[in-house]
Design a protein around this ligand. Structure first.
Ligand code: FAD
Ligand code: DHB
Length: 390
C-alpha cells in the first residue's frame, strides 16, 4: 500500500491535516489506535481561537461550529472577592474566541473525511515508523504503508516522537505539582462568560459547552484520583472556589463525565527528523490554563500543509526544511503564556505569604492596566497566523 502522507493519529492535528491535504489534492492515510466512538467521545478542550475558527470555516468544516459554537468576547478573572472582566471587544477589537468542544471538531472532521472517501483506519495495532531518514514507511497490524512523508500527529504518548534516534531531539520540560480535575455537567452555565478563579483553596474554572451543559475544572493534587472526588465533593469545592463574589450562585446538576489531567509544559526540538514531521501534542504540550493546546495543533498543521503543498506541487523542499523553525516561534509564545497564566492563578504548596502577595499584586496589575490586560487578551484570543510572535 502506498500514499503520499502517512498520518499517525486521528486527533484534531491528524484529521485536519488529512482534510487540508485532500483539499490540495494530496493523498493521505490516517492510522488511529482507538475506535471512532472513543475519539468522538473524548472530552477535552473547548476554546477555539479566532484563527482556528477561521481555518475550519475556510476549509469547509465550520458549518456546525458556526451554528452551535458560542462566541465569547471576554473572560472574567475572579480573585480577592471580586470579578474583573478582560474585555476582548475593547482590548483586541474584532477578535474573539468560540467555545465548541474538541470532540465536536473531531466529529466534524471525521464526517468530512469519510464523505470525501478519505482513508481513516481506526483500532489499528502496533503502528511503527521505519527509516524516516530515507524511504519512510509505516507498519501496523501486519500491513505496510509506504509514504513520501510521515506526519506524527499521535499526541504526547504516541510512537512517532520516540522513534527519533536518541540525541536528535532536545527536550524542554516542566511538571507542575498539581493536576486538573475536569467535570462535565448537565446544568445551564451559571455565568455567561468563562470564569478563571484564583482562591487560597486553589484554582477553579467555570466553562461551558452549550446553554444546557457546563464544563468545570478544579486544581487538585498531582496524584488525585477521580474516586476521591464524589459528585458532592466536586460541587462543594466548586462552590467554595467560585461563590466568592456577592450575589454569585453556582447551579448544580448531574455530573456526566470526570477526569484528571496532569499539568506539564514540554517542547521537543526540532519538530522534524528526515521525512518525519511532528505536529500538535506529539511535539509540544502546555498546561491547559491558557487554552492553547488544540489551537497550537491547528497552527502546526496549517504550516505543514503549505510546506507539503510546495513539496508535492513544485518539488520545493525549502518550506518543509523550515517547518520546525516556522512553528516554534508560536509554540514558545504559547509556552510562555500558558506558564504565565498557570503561575498567576494556581496555588503552589511552596508559596510563602510573600509569594501569594506577589501573585495578587500581579493580578491587580493585569486587571487595572490596559496595557497588561491587552497582553492577556491578545494572547488568549490567539496571535494572528501571519504574526505569530509580535
Ligand atoms: P491528540 O488529541 O492527543 O490526538 C492524538 C491521537 O493519536 C489520539 O487520537 C490517539 O489515540 C492517537 N494515538 C496515540 N498513539 C497512537 C499510536 N501509537 N498509533 C496510532 N494512534 C495513536 N487545548 C486548547 O486549545 N484549548 C483548551 O481549552 C484546552 N483544554 C484542554 C483541557 C483538557 C482537560 C485537556 C486534557 C487538554 C486541553 N487542551 C486544550 C489541549 C488539547 O486537548 C490538545 O492539545 C489536543 O488534543 C492536541 O491535539 P493532537 O491531535 O495533537 O493530539
Ligand atoms: C476549557 C479548557 C481550558 O483549558 C480553558 O483554559 C478554558 C476552557 C474548556 O474545556 O472549556
Amino acid at each position: 500500500m502506498r500514499t503520499q502522507v502517512g498520518i499517525i493519529g486521528a486527533g484534531p492535528a491528524g484529521l485536519l491535516l488529512s482534510h487540508l491535504l485532500h483539499l490540495r489534492g494530496i493523498s493521505s492515510v490516517v492510522l488511529e489506535k482507538r475506535s471512532r466512538a472513543y475519539v468522538e467521545r473524548r472530552v477535552r478542550a473547548g476554546v477555539l481561537e479566532q484563527g482556528t475558527v477561521d481555518t475550519l470555516v475556510e476549509a469547509g468544516v465550520g458549518a456546525r461550529l458556526l451554528r452551535e459554537g458560542l462566541p465569547h468576547h471576554g473572560i472574567e478573572l475572579r480573585y480577592g472577592g471580586a470579578g474583573h472582566r478582560i474585555a476582548f471587544d475593547k482590548l483586541v477589537p474584532g477578535r474573539a474566541i468560540t467555545v465548541y468542544g474538541q470532540q465536536e471538531v473531531v466529529k466534524d472532521l471525521i464526517a468530512a473525511r469519510l464523505a470525501a472517501g478519505g482513508d481513516l483506519r481506526f483500532e489499528v495495532e502496533d503502528v511503527e515508523v521505519h527509516s524516516p531518514e530515507s524511504e519512510p514507511y509505516l507498519t501496523f497490524g501486519g500491513e505496510r504503508l509506504d509514504c513520501d512523508v510521515i506526519a506524527g500527529c499521535d499526541g504526547f504518548h504516541g510512537v512517532s516522537r520516540p522513534s527519533v534516534p536518541d540525541g536528535v531531539l532536545e527536550v524542554f520540560e516542566r511538571e507542575y505539582p498539581f493536576a486538573w480535575l475536569g467535570v462535565l455537567a448537565e446544568v445551564a452555565p451559571s455565568s455567561e462568560e468563562l470564569i478563571y478563579a484564583r482562591t487560597e483553596r486553589g484554582f477553579a474554572l467555570h466553562s461551558m459547552r452549550s446553554p444546557t451543559v457546563s464544563r468545570f475544572y478544579l486544581q487538585v493534587p498531582a496524584d488525585a484520583d477521580v474516586a476521591q472526588w464524589p459528585d458532592e465533593r466536586v460541587w462543594a469545592e466548586l462552590k467554595a472556589r467560585l461563590e466568592t463574589v456577592p450575589g454569585f450562585e453556582l447551579t448544580t446538576g448531574e455530573i456526566i463525565e470526570k477526569g484528571v489531567t496532569p499539568m506539564r509544559s514540554f517542547v521537543a526540538e526540532p519538530m522534524q527528523y528526515g521525512r518525519l514531521y511532528l505536529a500538535g501534542d506529539a511535539a509540544h504540550i502546555v498546561p491547559p490554563t491558557g487554552a492553547k493546546g488544540l489551537n497550537l495543533a491547528v497552527a502546526d498543521v496549517r504550516v505543514l500543509t503549505e510546506a507539503l503543498a510546495a513539496f508535492f506541487e513544485h518539488g520545493s523542499p525549502e518550506l518543509l526544511d523550515g517547518y520546525s523553525a516556522a512553528c516554534l516561534k508560536r509554540v514558545w509564545r504559547a509556552q510562555h503564556f500558558s506558564w504565565w497564566m498557570t503561575t498567576l492563578l494556581h496555588t503552589f504548596d511552596e508559596d510563602d505569604p510573600y509569594g501569594r502577595r506577589l501573585q495578587t499584586s500581579y493580578l491587580d496589575y493585569v486587571t487595572s492596566s490596559e496595557a497588561a490586560a491587552t497582553t492577556l487578551a491578545e494572547n488568549y484570543v490567539g496571535l494572528p497566523f501571519d504574526r505569530p510572535h509580535v
